[in-house]
Design a protein around this ligand. Structure first.
Ligand code: URA
Length: 230
């Protein structure tokens, strides 16, 4: 990582402030004053600011119960964001792992560990995602076989991968996806002539939304949950 970014994150100051500190000779690496903002900080080196050791925050891992009308992006555009629900220092360093639609509720993971989130979202390392859907129309029993066979979504040229559909009640179902396409659950039900009226994500790669979390609440992931998704 570049030195200016390292100091900015570790000390919680802006990059402009870091440049001033560097010019003043306030930063040292392994005992030697350094002034070059673009210098690469070697792993394991001792970085000090005015003689005090600096350490990068994190990595941090959270699960959030996303409520309705909250967006999974880092900038607001007028809406409350998932980051805005976190009462954490330096929360701007965190990002949501993948996205849920504004009108979808449920499990969202947040982290500042880019390699970890990439391992979850990269298409070739897809983690199963489990959703609970409420439908406008009753489901026909053959919907299970249609999901298992793969469905052609509007505007696409290859069918979806086999997906698991469990019918829980006439208009209630659990869906397990092995891939992640844009608005996939809603579009799969649309391909059957039905419509999703509520959607909730229950789990990602075996990590289940904690039932103790009310909408809007979050908690740190346990070490076993972090490892299960690594
Ligand atoms: N599929 C959807 O249609 N919406 C989501 O938010 C997630 C999966």
């Amino acid at each position: 990582m570049r030195l200016d970014r390292y100091v900015s994150q570790a000390a919680g100051v802006s990059r402009a402030a870091v440049r001033t500190l560097l010019r003043r000779g306030a930063v040292s690496i392994d005992g030697r004053v350094v002034k070059a903002a673009d210098l690469h900080v070697p792993a394991g080196s001792r970085v000090e600011l005015e003689g005090r050791p600096l350490a990068l925050p994190g990595p941090r891992y959270f699960m959030l119960h996303k409520p309705l009308d909250v967006v999974c992006s880092t900038s607001d555009g007028g809406h409350v964001t998932v980051l805005g629900l976190l009462e954490e220092p330096r929360r701007e360093l965190l990002h949501p792992v993948g996205r849920l639609d504004r009108d979808t509720t449920g499990l969202v993971l947040l982290t500042d560990d880019g390699a970890w989130s990439h391992g979850i979202t990269a298409p070739r390392r897809h983690r199963d995602k489990v959703y609970r859907a409420t439908l406008a129309e009753p489901l026909a029993p053959e919907a299970v076989a249609r999901f298992a066979a793969g469905l052609m979504l509007n505007g696409e040229d290859r069918p979806t991968l086999p997906a698991r559909l469990e019918i829980l009640a006439p208009t209630e179902a659990r869906v397990t996806l092995h891939e992640g396409r844009y608005h996939q659950v809603k579009r799969m039900f649309a391909a059957l002539g039905n419509r999703v009226i509520a959607l909730h994500r229950e789990a990602i790669g075996g990590v289940v939304l904690d039932p103790a979390l009310a909408p809007g609440e979050y908690r740190a992931l346990r070490a076993d949950e972090v490892e299960a998704l690594r």
